[in-house]
Design a protein around this ligand. Structure first.
Ligand SMILES: Nc1ncnc2c1ncn2[C@@H]1O[C@H](COP(=O)(O)OP(=O)(O)OP(=O)(O)O)[C@@H](O)[C@H]1O
Length: 898
């Protein structure tokens, strides 16, 4: 036999034998002697060199060589060695096959691809090496295992195709069957990748630089051959799967790049042996123009899905009171895809209001939703042939719960609810069939038996009778023989080796009849078999085997019948998810005193007594969130410049305005006394300076990139929030850039966006004088006895102080520094007052400020000079909070030393 290296291109080889050369060559069998099983392993492994192979050996899944080293580390299992022909050894680590569900998710969560290699024939029936083959390739993006999946999240696999004019993208969640596509410029695809957060992304081999250059390196990726990314291959694959002549019915026919990406996904499913995919019933286009555009910075800085601080809360945490897993997943989607048309938003709001007004209806829906479970993922498991008897019973329970929901929705005085009710399908025939055939509390696995109810199949009933009466008969034998032999402790028992046997304790061994055949000697007893016992054993065991075969057959037939209902049950799952989200909105609104916003097709944003939905939940007991009014429009008050001390609540106000708008546009009630929301098409936020050093960009570069993106994309319908824009550079540059940007938004006809601009550059208050739609506001504080009290009220007019020194004091800054800072501030202020800021060119203002700073550090005090040097040597942009604290403590030590 000749082994070809070309097919064996992975690391384990080097550990099985010594490689003379790395390059391709052929090796004769004389040079290498492998055990036959290892040869089989190598052949299979060569098909998926990058995956950890779980190789089934009897009752174990084994891993070998480098796979074993990796698996032992991730799974915490013992690494051993096994002989591998001609005195060689190979690393090995394994676990019992029934523990697959425990260990597989750990490998997937560690970002590994796993090839499952099973025995394809019964080892008992062959004398040769057992046939084995890869039955499934599980990867982070292609998993239906409950232990890998998070029930509140979709598990998307994505594919990206780099077309000539645009980029195509597709997303598939195999656990729910949802399949989506879109195409557009890189930044749009980047936004989608961030919003859908796929667990794995596929792209064409050799295009890594392009991929990472546009989308970063945070995704788990896999490269596929270039032939996968051709239009003909992709179209063929899609048409074959959907059994259609073209893709017009899905509304994606014109999306050439999207189609290529979608085809690549299906191709990948074939490659990973996922061929039962009847639950993927449609390919939908992601309709960009239907949703508010939120870029990834906005999603992150508004903390919609996750908090930027460890342990912090997100908007999703506050508003997710969904009951079903489908509801939780849909709500997460709604959060990043707010609507921008009045009608669908009002449709949602109408339902939320209906829940409010009809507590009985709300209670009924709530009660039934608790019974439904993960209908969407269960029906996907039906399609892929992995549904357990318990899940089938859960499916029945869900369909039963849908009946009262459907009825209540149809009877409701609300068109959206009527439409939900109409779409719900009771699937009565299959529901009743499950009820008739499957026991109410079946075992987890069908091969354990006891799944099918009595009365379903006459043959099954007969076999069960034989099995049960046979067992009774064995008891009779026990009793009879005990009496005949006079052995009171005689007992009939069963083990896998001898089958049924009679056990007699040694003290009675003399009384055993001659015709009994001795099979086993124990310390205190002997075990025997008899002719009669063997005959009954055959009958009982034969019946039990037949029962299992028959039950499995009946169960498989039922699951097959269920596949006919996949589309209807998927629709049910969607409608239930929708209802669940709207119910969640109603409950959140009740609990937190939200009101229904008025949605209008104009450019007014008028929020009265608005609150921040997340901060208000986090305040210490006894503290109340101070509500504020914010009014923006395109004619009188387009841009608000908000100044005010540090810690006053400027950022909170900015964010709450965006969050209220966003909540309204996903159809939720909002935390305010009243809210008039003129529909927003895009929300942009630039909040604080953040570093992106990992991709080689400075704080300021990131800030300017984001600001440029905003300015290039805003429209007169957009909402823009700038928080401390320009902070990442010198005061002089910062003010100039901030001023120019505000001026642009005010003046540019296309860019007349409603804008909130929070800043510490009080100089920007000058703009109100020259620009008609710019208005100054400040978040108020009161100074009492040298102490600052935060009133947190938004008031008309600019403010002059930042009270930064006060905040430094609150933060525990050494008293001497606080005192000295106050002296310097007074000096600076008096100087500025003499010179005057208003009307002066910004350059002058800034230069003066620089001059003052210099005089501070020109003092003769060597301690101050030492502090100056310490501060000047700091790289503030790269300073971690801990380093900052350490530095403060160093400075404190210097002062104390004085
Ligand atoms: N309206 C409010 N009612 C009650 N507490 C509030 C309110 N607004 C803000 N806070 C509290 O004050 C803290 C500081 O608010 P915020 O970060 O908005 O201040 P800021 O003015 O942006 O400060 P800085 O200029 O230093 O960034 C918040 O974390 C919150 O706990």
């Amino acid at each position: 036999m000749i082994l070809c290296w070309k097919t064996i291109i992975f690391a384990p080889i080097s550990e099985l034998f010594t490689l003379k050369e790395e390059k391709e060559r052929t090796v004769s069998e004389e040079e290498i002697v492998l055990t036959p099983m290892m040869k089989q392993f190598l052949d299979l492994k060569a098909k998926h060199p990058d995956a950890v192979m779980l190789f089934r050996c009897g009752d174990f899944y084994e891993t070998y060589s480098t796979d074993a080293i990796v698996a032992a580390e991730i799974l915490g299992i013992t690494l051993t060695k096994r002989a591998n022909g001609k005195g060689k050894t190979i690393e090995m680590a394994g676990f019992p096959h029934h523990a697959l569900d425990t260990y597989l998710p750990k490998l997937i969560r560690a970002g590994k691809r796993v090839a499952i290699c099973d025995q394809l024939e019964d080892p008992k029936l062959t004398k040769k090496l057992v046939k084995r083959g890869i039955t499934e390739l599980v990867t982070p993006g292609v998993s239906i295992n409950d232990n890998v999946l998070n029930y509140k999240e979709n598990n998307f696999l994505a594919a990206v195709h780099f077309g000539k004019a645009s980029c195509g993208v597709a997303f598939l969640d195999i656990s729910t069957g949802e399949f989506l596509t879109a195409e557009g410029p890189f930044d749009y695809v980047d936004k989608l990748l961030n919003n859908f957060a796929p667990k794995e992304v596929l792209f064409e081999r050799g295009k890594r630089l392009m991929f990472e250059g546009n989308f970063g390196n945070k995704f788990f990726t896999f490269e596929l051959d270039d032939w996968v990314f051709t239009e003909t291959t992709a179209r063929e694959k899609l048409l074959k799967h959907f059994e259609t002549k073209n893709l017009k019915g899905f509304g994606v026919e014109h999306l050439k790049n999207g189609i290529i990406a979608s085809g690549a996904i299906l191709q990948y499913l074939t490659m990973t042996q996922h061929t039962q995919i009847g639950h993927i019933t449609a390919l939908s286009r992601i309709e960009e123009d239907k949703y508010v555009r939120l870029d990834k910075f906005t999603v992150r800085s508004l903390e919609l899905i996750g908090s930027m601080n460890d342990g912090g809360s997100s908007l999703l945490n506050v508003i997710d009171k969904t009951i079903s897993p489908m509801g939780a997943r849909l709500l997460k989607r709604w959060m990043v895809f707010p609507l921008k048309d009045v009608k669908p938003i009002n449709d949602r709001l109408n339902v939320v209001e209906y829940f409010f007004r009809q507590p009985d209806f709300k209670e009924l829906i709530e009660e039934q939703l608790h019974l439904i479970g993960d209908l969407e993922r269960i029906i996907s498991k039906v399609a892929v042939g992995r549904v357990s008897p318990r899940e089938v019973v859960q499916l029945k329970v869900a369909l039963q719960a849908i009946e009262p929901i459907k009825q209540a929705c149809m009877e409701a005085d609300n068109a959206s609810l009527n439409s939900i009710g109409e779409q719900l399908n009771l699937c009565i025939s299959i529901r009743d069939r499950i009820d008739k055939e499957i026991k109410n509390d079946p075992p987890l696995l069908v091969n354990k038996g006891g799944v099918i109810k009595d009365g379903v199949n006459a043959e099954l009933d007969d076999l069960r009778r034989i099995s049960f009466t046979g067992k009774d008969y064995l008891l009779q034998i026990q009793q009879r023989e005990s009496e005949l032999t006079g052995i009171p402790s005689l007992k009939v028992a069963y083990n896998n080796v001898f089958g049924y046997y009679i056990e007699v304790r040694n003290i009675h061994k003399e009384k055993v009849p001659q015709e009994w055949i001795r099979k086993q000697t124990l310390v205190n007893a002997e075990r025997y078999i008899t002719q009669e016992l063997k005959e009954y054993e055959e009958k009982i065991l034969g019946a039990e085997d037949k029962i299992l075969v028959l039950e499995t057959q009946l169960y498989t037939d039922l699951v097959q019948a269920l596949t006919e209902f996949i589309p209807q049950i998927q629709i049910n799952a969607n409608q239930i998810a929708r209802l669940d989200c709207l119910l969640s909105f109603a409950n959140v609104a009740c609990e937190n005193r939200y009101i229904r916003p008025v949605i209008e097709d104009n450019e007014v944003l008028d929020i009265r007594q608005g609150r921040h939905p997340v901060i208000e939940k986090q305040l210490p007991i006894g503290e109340k969130y101070i509500a504020n009014d914010v009014m923006l429009d395109n004619s009188t008050q387009q841009i608000i410049i908000i100044t005010g001390p540090n810690m006053a609540g400027k950022s909170a106000l900015l964010r709450q305005t965006a969050l209220i708008t966003l909540l309204a546009q996903i159809g939720s009630f909002v935390p305010a006394e009243s809210a008039q929301i003129g529909l927003v098409d895009k929300i942009f936020t630039r909040v604080g300076a953040s570093d992106n050093i990992s991709v080689g960009e400075s704080t300021f570069m990131v800030e300017m990139n984001e600001a440029a993106d905003i300015l290039n994309n805003i429209s007169s319908r957009s909402l823009v929030l700038f928080d401390e824009l320009g902070r990442g550079t010198s005061t002089y540059d910062g003010i100039s850039i901030a001023w120019a940007i505000v001026e642009y938004i005010h003046e540019h006809p296309r860019a007349k966006a409603r804008t909130l601009f929070a800043t510490h550059y009080h100089e920007l208050n000058e703009m109100e004088k020259s620009f008609k739609r710019i208005k100054n506001y400040n978040v108020s504080v009161k100074e009492v006895d040298n102490k600052v009290i935060f009133l947190r009220k938004l008031e008309r007019g600019g403010s002059e102080h930042s009270f930064g020194i006060h905040v430094a004091k609150m933060a525990g800054m050494p008293k001497s520094i606080v005192k000295r800072s106050n002296e310097i501030l007074k000096e600076l202020e008096s100087d500025n007052r003499q010179q005057g800021i208003g009307g002066k060119p910004l350059a002058e203002v800034s230069e003066n400020r620089g001059g003052m700073q210099l005089s501070f550090f020109q003092l003769d005090d060597p301690i101050l000079c030492q502090i100056r040097d310490e501060i000047l040597n700091l790289d503030v942009n790269n300073l971690t909070p801990i380093e900052a604290l350490n530095k403060l403590s160093d400075i404190k030590r210097i002062i104390r030393g004085k």
